[in-house]
Design a protein around this ligand. Structure first.
Ligand code: HXC
Ligand code: NAP
Length: 278
């Protein structure tokens, strides 16, 4: 079955910030299968070019562009190149992010700032600079948040704070840009199998199996679960939805904070051994 079959994005332009791998690439793949032209941007030209090639191999029209979301000039350049190739942006996926496990007392100000800069300031940069290139009316912006944005989680202060702020930024954008015909929403993925984010937090297969059992729906998520939610939000079916923050997590967010103590302490010991940690 073509998982994108209910959706038709032929001739529409998706721009993905942070699209070289994982969830964001999975969303790009869903849109590509539904006919969208896709522009991908991330820090590494090699990774993003390879990702775009995978979409082209599916029959999509796609380009990979280098750009760090922390660098407004680089983001502007990538946006300009994307619009030159595919025209105004119909859907903007703002998903670049960074993460590691560390307690507040083991984080330098720069460690905390690095995640805030990528997740929060980066999302601002991309959306703010994309505004002039969005199709108005009709464009849709989707932020990729996480359930940690509402669940206070030890070893994740930087991510909890940055993503909670991303969700609020998303809602204010919805309020300010609604009159332009731009809808802005946020998706909170739960633990998604075979992704960098989950593997960093839960490094062992046994840990990931235990995590799956904690999910009320008794499985880890798939990148296609997030793609389906994003396509729904960006489609005509989501036409009256803006300012929403939607968990797509199999219900995990209902179960309280996750315990990252073992992996967090192991990560700390590894950094100490490497001479880079407290
Ligand atoms: C404490 C740490 C640390 C750790 C890095 N730092 N790792 N501090 N514990 N484990 C500190 C460094 O010492 C440095 O501070 C500061 O953070 C910046 O580190 P750099 O390596 O110089 O930063 P940079 O090259 O910009 O890399 C950013 C990064 C990196 C976030 C640290 O991991 C990255 O590029 N990540 C992108 C990929 C990624 O994380 N994917 C997962 C996304 S998932 P000092 O003071 O020494 O200078 C996600 C999770 C959601 O977001 C939930 C999932 C379930
Ligand atoms: P991932 O594969 O590491 O995705 C992160 C992406 O962001 C990569 O394409 C990376 O590409 C890019 N990126 C990182 N820093 C960047 C920067 N400064 N500028 C531009 N691009 C940058 O991890 P993932 O787990 O799939 O996470 C994707 C999104 O889902 C993130 O927003 C994350 O917070 C969220 N999330 C993940 C999970 C999960 O279970 N995995 C759960 C909840 C939320 P380059 O390295 O090429 O730059």
């Amino acid at each position: 079955m073509n998982p994108s079959a209910p959706f038709d994005f032929r001739g529409r332009h998706l721009f993905v910030a942070g699209g070289s791998s994982g969830i964001n690439f999975g969303v790009a793949e869903g849109f590509a299968r539904a006919g969208a032209n896709v522009s991908l941007m991330s820090r590494s030209l090699d990774r993003i070019t390879a990702a775009a090639s995978r979409l082209v191999a599916l029959g999509a029209d796609a380009i990979g562009l280098a750009g760090d979301v922390r660098d407004p000039a680089a983001v502007q350049k990538a946006l300009d190149a994307a619009v030159e190739r595919f025209g105004p942006i119909d859907v903007l996926l703002n998903g670049a992010a960074g993460n590691f496990l560390a307690k507040i007392n083991d984080m330098s100000p720069n460690a905390f700032k690095s995640v805030v800069d990528i997740d929060l300031l980066g999302s601002f940069n991309v959306a703010r600079l994309a505004y002039g290139h969005l199709r108005k009316p009709g464009a849709s912006i989707i932020h990729i948040s996480t359930t940690q944005a509402f669940t206070p989680t030890p070893y994740q202060a930087h991510v909890c704070a940055a993503k909670a702020a991303v969700d609020m930024l998303s809602r204010v954008m919805a309020a300010e840009w609604g009159a332009d015909g731009i809808r802005v929403n946020s998706i909170m993925p739960g633990p998604i199998a075979d992704t960098e984010g989950l593997n960093r937090l839960v490094p062992t297969p046994q840990g990931r199996d235990a995590m799956a059992q904690r999910v009320p729906l008794k499985r880890l998520g798939r990148t296609s679960d997030i793609a389906h939610a994003a396509m729904f939000l960006a489609s005509e079916w989501g036409d009256f939805i803006t300012g929403a923050v939607i968990p797509v997590d199999g219900g995990l967010g209902l179960t309280g904070p996750r315990d990252f103590t073992a992996a967090g302490e192991a990560s700390k010991q590894a950094r100490v051994a490497a001479g880079s940690g407290a």
